[in-house]
Design a protein around this ligand. Structure first.
Ligand code: HEM
Length: 431
């Protein structure tokens, strides 16, 4: 393969490149030739090699002329925390991914994740009760019953796709319950989530027109549910009833971009992240059989293992902020309007906080300090819901299965934002 350090143009990895080739290139290339906005690094699971170098050599790194324009990469744990706290100088307004319009013009959206206080705080507060511990305790028995059904239906000793049969089912059924929508519509949520996140877990990559049409269907679907809840003056704790009762959001249907934007935020937030953590846990335990053995010997490790799986997987690679003024940060000059990517995938491997961070250690003492949920004002509002789903899943899996055996390599998502899996072939071995 041509060594791009010798070439003028920046090297662009392809689907056909091998992971070993890419890792070797990332070890040696000048840092200013590496464009981390290219999703191929994540599809081949080699991004960690570049981030380890950035943490060592240039922790606040500027990339000029990337696929999505210029941007800064912040790669160390403490630096990300500092930027997250400084929401006045590092704004979420406009976009929280490196792409300015991650939906590619298929629909215009606005959502509280891409707003700053005070508007952000008001809208977040509206849905918070659905995801608060008291409501989660109420939802747990039904979640457990659904997980039992999903796991009991898996065939013994046959190769199945864990993503399709388990990860997607658990998370979309949970989300359907949170929205108070018919359970049999759960797969619509998977489809809309994949369309919004630009992944292809539920079929071939759609055209812009097709995406626009399907987002309209999504909008119409939720507008109908919204009107039903409104007419019945619902007192429920589902997400739509809560939005309808809060001053800041009761007229959301009059603001189409915010209506569809906030719904897609909840759909994607509740879907891909948890789905990929459920899958990642199975993969990691297979890669490290000694950790699987620890789990078999002591199921009380499950709550800590859940934190560790989410750290290890880091299903959202980054969140972006935009500088609202010129800022001097760690000796670098970040100019007003510039994009700043906070790479959680890097900070969750920061060796000053997580020694041997590439390894899953289900009894890691500080696993819960991971940054996969972000930090500060925008810290994930659904984090405890995600943890509950993973905990219940593993509790029920350990009751039934001696081994969830990975029998082939996973196919990974092509994205610089979602770190996840299209499929994972496994075979179940019941006790
Ligand atoms: C392992 C699972 C999950 C991970 C890793 C995750 C990660 C994140 C991250 C990184 C953020 C942005 C934090 C920041 O900017 O500081 C976020 C925000 C958010 N997440 Fe999650 N998430 C997960 C599960 C969920 C679930 C289950 C929901 C439920 C619907 C959810 C809903 C949201 C919402 C609504 C926001 C916006 C919060 C705000 O802007 O104030 N997430 N999440």
């Amino acid at each position: 393969m041509t060594h791009p350090a010798d070439a003028e143009a920046r090297f662009v990895p392809s689907h056909e490149s091998t992971s070993d080739e890419l890792r070797e290139w990332l070890e040696r290339a000048p840092l200013d030739q590496i464009d981390m906005s290219n999703g191929r690094w994540f599809e081949h699971d080699v991004a960690g090699t570049a981030f380890a170098r950035m943490r060592r050599e240039d922790p606040v790194h500027h990339c000029a002329g990337g696929m999505l324009g210029d941007f800064w990469s912040v790669t160390r744990y403490e630096d990300i925390r500092t930027i997250e706290m400084d929401f006045e100088r590092f704004s979420s307004q406009g976009s929280i991914t490196l792409a300015d319009d991650s939906l590619g013009g298929a629909v215009t959206v606005d959502a509280f994740i891409m707003m700053d206080p005070p508007k952000h705080d008001e809208q977040r507060r509206a849905i918070r009760p659905a995801l608060a511990p008291s409501n989660l305790r109420r939802l747990e028995p039904d979640l457990r019953a659904r997980v039992e059904t999903i796991l009991d239906a898996l065939p013994d000793g046959e190769t199945i796709d864990w993503v399709d049969r388990v990860s997607i089912e658990v998370t979309t059924q949970m989300l359907a319950a949170l929205f108070g929508m018919p359970m049999e519509d759960n797969r619509k949520l998977a489809r809309w989530s994949d369309l919004a996140s630009g992944t292809t877990q539920t079929g071939a990559r759609p055209t812009r027109e097709q995406r626009a049409r399907e987002f309209q269907e999504c909008h119409a679907y939720f507008a109908e549910l919204w009107n039903e809840r409104k007419a019945s003056r619902s007192e429920g704790c589902d997400l739509l009833s809560l939005l309808l009762r809060a001053d800041a959001t009761r007229d959301l249907d009059q603001r189409p971009a915010e209506f569809i934007g906030n719904l897609l935020l909840l759909i994607v937030g509740g879907n891909d992240t948890t789905r990929n953590s459920i899958t990642g846990g199975v993969l990691a335990l297979n890669q490290q059989p000694e950790e699987y053995a620890k789990l078999r010997a002591n199921v009380d490790l499950i709550p800590n293992m859940v934190h560790e799986i989410i750290r290890w997987q880091t299903p959202l690679t980054h969140m972006r902020r935009t500088a609202t003024e010129d800022v001097e940060f760690q000796g670098r000059k970040i100019r007003k309007g510039e994009k700043v990517a906070m790479w959680y995938l890097s900070s969750n491997r920061d060796e000053s906080v997580f020694p041997d961070g590439d390894d899953l250690r289900i009894d890691r003492r500080n696993a819960a300090y991971h940054q996969a949920f972000g930090f500060g004002r925008h810290r994930c509002v659904g984090g405890q819901l995600a943890e509950m789903q993973l905990r219940v899943l593993w509790e029920e899996a350990q009751k039934r299965f001696d081994f969830i055996e990975v029998v082939g390599p996973p196919e990974r998502v092509l994205s610089n934002f979602i770190r996840g899996y299209l499929d994972l072939p496994v075979r179940i071995h019941r006790r």
